[in-house]
Design a protein. Structure first.
Length: 418
């Protein structure tokens, strides 16, 4: 079990996605963001129980939203329930909301404009969606068009049956390129088989520079108390700057912004003597967002990296998405054949996430793959103190839509270094 863990994007829960100032009646895109965040909260509990909750709930939600239009009957009902979708947010209305949400976050705009991966100042936010199909298999044209219009998804043809390894390498190379090489091998050997017929993939990459950077020369070795009670020295960044800040009886939250970006990073810190788990519960309620104020804050924060790999088949089944993985799966909206080999079920959902924070800013990448096979087979007072010298959680979220992009937990900043 890695000591550097994440918070699932529920990072904290549905309320986080309600963070932006919204009209009394939320838009469908805002309602969808809230539903995705509630799913993130559910999944975080499952992944935390397995010991490595670092994830991108946004990536996982997008991949499942790409699959949902193909689902029918109980398969579709279970998936909609899993994602906490309101009953009236379905069909064309849901697809429009998905498109609006992705546009609101900036995913689609960035893809259309292109990005400069060499720039250290300009924030980068990239989403890449694709559907990979077995050579000779024809998907329902309306489904392919829906993926294109609502998710800007591309389509690739591979021969999973004749050369599974070549297909795996092709998808992995595509994901690696889309994530600035941070997700080098999304699909491990054995995930794809000769029976694979369709693979849906989502890749996210984010990079931004702090509005108020930390000076490298100010970074010093400082003690960090592990959950076990032991203390270790780690490189700790420090500065006193104006940041968003909120606190309760058992927790503190620091919000740091990025240059030319609506995305922010929330660091969730339990007060001394309190547990990180209890702080996460309180923050998941979302009330801290409303109480956030601008404060002069003395910040001490260790540099860190967090990463994790997940097989989501079991967690998703535990959360109620069962039919999709079995003989009763109905994805006839994707492929309309009537023979046994024409009925598909989900064989696996794999996910990887990687997050790094240092003096300059943050970089994060994630990717998700859904594989399908035939069913037959200013200072006015003394600065607030925010000294992250004990386990803490972090969040990257879009302030315009409230969508949680990445979340994590740091229990030992020494993990994943080098």
């Amino acid at each position: 079990m890695t000591p550097l863990r994440s918070l699932c994007f529920a990072f904290l829960t549905p309320a986080i996605m309600l963070q932006p100032a919204m009209a009394q009646t939320p838009t469908d895109a805002e309602r969808l963001a809230a539903a995705c965040n509630q799913f993130a909260a559910d999944l975080h509990v499952k992944l935390s129980a397995k010991g490595s909750p670092t994830s991108s709930p946004a990536s996982i939600s997008i991949a499942l939203l790409m699959l949902l239009p193909a689902a029918r009957a109980e398969t579709a009902r279970e998936m909609a329930s899993l994602l906490h979708l309101p009953d009236d947010l379905a069909g064309e209305r849901l697809q429009t909301a998905a498109r609006k949400l992705l546009e609101g976050v900036g995913f689609l705009a960035d893809k259309e404009k292109g990005t400069d991966k060499k720039s250290d100042e300009r924030p980068v936010l990239v989403m890449t969606n694709d559907v990979w199909v077995q050579n000779g298999l024809d998907l329902v044209p309306a489904y392919v068009e829906l993926l294109r219009t609502s998710f800007a998804a591309g389509q690739g043809t591979l021969d999973f049956h004749a050369d599974t390894e070549a297909a795996r390498k092709k998808i992995n190379a595509h994901i690696a390129n889309a994530t600035n090489q941070r997700i080098a091998e999304l699909l491990a050997p054995g995930v794809l088989t000769a029976e694979t017929r369709v693979v849906l993939t989502n890749a996210l990459w984010w990079k931004g520079a702090w509005q108020q950077r930390f000076h490298v020369e100010s970074t010093l070795e400082a003690p960090f108390q592990l959950a076990s009670g032991a203390s270790v020295n780690v490189p700790t960044m420090r500065h006193t700057e104006h940041h968003g800040y909120a606190e309760g009886d058992e927790w503190q939250v620091l919000t740091m912004g990025f240059r030319a970006s609506r995305i922010v990073c929330d660091i969730v810190l339990p007060k001394k003597g309190c547990s990180l788990a209890s702080a996460e519960v309180v923050v998941r309620a979302g009330d801290y967002v409303k109480s956030m104020t601008g404060e002069n804050v003395e910040v001490r924060l260790p540099r860190f990296k967090a990463e994790a790999t997940h097989s989501l088949r079991a967690p998703l089944q535990e959360l109620g998405m069962r039919a999709a993985f079995g003989q009763q799966a109905d994805f006839s909206g994707m492929h309309a054949g009537t023979g046994p080999a024409d009925r598909f079920c989900v064989s696996e959902v794999v996910h990887k996430a990687w997050v790094a924070i240092d003096e300059n800013g943050a970089e994060a990448a994630a990717a998700t793959a859904v594989t399908l096979v035939p069913t037959s087979a200013v200072q006015q007072a003394p600065p607030k103190e925010f000294h992250a010298d004990r386990p803490f959680a972090f969040v990257l979220r879009d302030t315009a839509t409230g969508l949680v992009l990445f979340v994590g937990r740091v229990e030992d900043p020494r993990a994943n270094q080098g």
